[in-house]
Design a protein around this ligand. Sequence first.
Ligand code: FMN
Length: 158
Amino acid sequence: MQLHILVGTVHGNATEVAQTLAFAAADLGFEPQVLPMDGLTTAAFAQDGLFLLCCSTTGNGDVPDNAQALYQSLDLQPQYLGTTRYGLVALGDSSYGDTFCGGAKAFDTRLQDLGAQRIGAMCEIDAMLADDAPAQALAWWAQWTAQIPQQQAAPSAA
Ligand SMILES: Cc1cc2nc3c(=O)[nH]c(=O)nc-3n(C[C@H](O)[C@H](O)[C@H](O)COP(=O)(O)O)c2cc1C
């Protein structure tokens, strides 16, 4: 099973998380591909496989600049994404209050508006916590993979 890991980042924390999860995914028999969101459009979701969005938040609850094209495309070039299944890894900082992880949450809303279905709970990685981001992501990963429907799981994860 292909796992397309789409990365929205400003300073690279989300990329580090994505790469950590890609290694974990390969260990389970997935075929992971880490892809920066730069320049992607809604068409990126017209591929077989599962999607994992790793997205940080900037500004005041905004998606990173490199994720803007994809985020806007979901609005301006909408397609029915009823067969799309995705997981969501949100990077943020709870000291920002109400806008905590706002970038990833904005993607979540827009994807679900188009019919895509999120698997499991969102992973919220809080820069305020002592654990590093990859460690927080790996703790979530074990729970997430257990929720992937059997027919979509990698052979060794089934
Ligand atoms: C200028 C700036 C604005 C930010 N705004 C928010 C915010 O509104 N909400 C939030 O949860 N985190 C916010 N953050 C925290 C980042 O999302 C967090 O540090 C994250 O780990 C950055 O990941 P990245 O390096 O992949 O971009 C902000 C960080 C910066 C530098």
